[in-house]
Design a protein. Structure first.
Length: 57
């Protein structure tokens, strides 16, 4: 049985983007130290970095 993935949207302000990037980097470092995969965290981190660039424009 297949389920369609639900898309979730998160609304953040300019000030919150830096906090989320910091938290994602911290979580990524913890996952790396525990030997867990970090692919999903990397994808989410890239999205926040792109959002930061868009907010500057």
């Amino acid at each position: 049985m297949k389920f369609k993935d639900e898309k979730r949207y998160l609304t953040v302000t300019k000030e919150e983007v830096n906090k989320y990037i910091k938290y994602l980097l911290l979580a990524r470092n913890i996952y790396i130290s525990q030997g867990k995969p970090v692919d999903d965290v990397n994808n989410l981190l890239c999205k926040f970095i792109k959002a930061k660039k868009k907010l500057r424009a």
